[in-house]
Write a protein that binds this ligand. Structure first.
Ligand code: PSU
Ligand code: MN
Length: 310
């Protein structure tokens, strides 16, 4: 190996058939994360989530590409047997950005969080990414701050989400997004959504009402040399949004359980999400699936708008 090898940031990306063909044809592509499939959602809802997000992207004129680390290869367009393995969760670890080099060296499998998916987008030159909710500042311990935030600060990508998960400290998360220089846009809302809930009482600094408007902000960010993401938040679909008090009670119970069990680190987010699902009688799961689909649809519109002349 020459000493310069790998220092250029030109990580080899392995493209799936569908995503590779879309890239070659210059078609719009929407990146999707795999941690929500392999850790965030239970089986078999994870399969439904993949199907619905893929359908929403295709229906809106773009091509979906699930990102993952597959046997050490940074992959854009997880498909076939590999996708099956991730949906069944056979030995698939949750990987944040910092874990990518270790998995690459060991040829391991890893499901990418928002942070790791952003790293994939940068390596592959993808402009748009849809997810459910970003990670953020945890309520306890407050020093547990998701790497999603720092990575958003240095990835020039449009990320469509439903805010940050209700299990987090949302005011602190908003402040940290500002610290990291992340451009934040409310899509058809003036409020920062609470993932399961439409409102949080927290205001977003700017609002946009069209996909073309989002595309214009990414172009402007790049023209200004801004290094970070354009984070687009939209409320969960109204039919599935949960009542804030119901969610708050469920989160309190989930936090108490995690505290008793002494859960820390990467395991915390999946455990809290599962506990909230139990405490809302599965309604949080229905909301999660619906918002993932809605976010994928909007992301596809943005990917299409980015290819149109400004
Ligand atoms: N949103 C969901 N379900 C999830 C996640 C987000 O609806 O499973 C995942 C994302 O992959 C996100 C990660 O990047 O949780 C954040 O984990 P942590 O708090 O450990 O950084
Ligand atoms: Mn964490």
């Amino acid at each position: 190996m020459s000493s310069a090898e790998g220092r250029t940031g030109s990580a080899p990306v392995r493209w799936g058939h569908e995503a590779g063909a879309a890239r070659d044809a210059g078609r719009p592509i929407v990146a999707l994360e795999s941690s929500v499939l392999a850790q965030g959602l239970p089986v078999p809802a994870n399969r439904e989530a993949e199907r619905r997000m893929r359908g929403a992207v295709l229906a809106n004129g773009a091509v979906p590409a699930v990102t993952a680390m597959v046997r050490g290869a940074l992959t854009v367009g997880l498909e076939g047997d590999d996708l099956e393995r991730f949906l069944r969760r056979d030995g698939v670890a949750k990987v944040s950005a910092r874990d990518l080099p270790v998995l690459a060296a060991r040829k391991g499998d890893g499901a990418t969080t928002v942070a790791a998916t952003l790293a994939c987008c940068t390596a592959a030159g993808l402009d748009v990414f849809a997810t459910g909710g970003i990670g953020g500042v945890h309520r306890e311990p407050a020093f547990d701050e998701s790497a999603d935030l720092a990575e958003l600060g240095r990835s020039s990508v449009v990320v469509v989400c439903a805010g940050a998960k209700s299990i987090l400290d949302l005011p602190a998360t908003l402040e940290r997004l500002e610290s990291f220089g992340v451009t934040l846009l409310g899509y058809r809302t003036d409020e920062f959504p609470g993932f399961f809930t439409a409102g949080t009482g927290l205001r977003v600094p700017a609002r946009v009402d069209s996909a073309a408007g989002i595309a214009a902000v990414l172009r402007a960010a790049r023209a200004l040399g801004r290094p970070g993401a354009v984070l687009v938040v939209q409320p969960p679909p109204a039919a599935h949004a949960l009542d804030a008090e119901v969610v708050e009670r469920a989160v309190e119970s989930a936090l108490a359980e995690a505290r008793t069990a002494g859960v820390r680190g990467a395991a915390l987010t999946p455990i809290l999400l599962a506990a909230v699902e139990r405490h809302t009688g599965g309604r949080s799961l229905a909301a999660n699936l619906a918002l993932l689909e809605a976010n994928a649809a909007l992301a596809a519109e943005v990917a299409v708008a980015l290819l149109a002349p400004p």
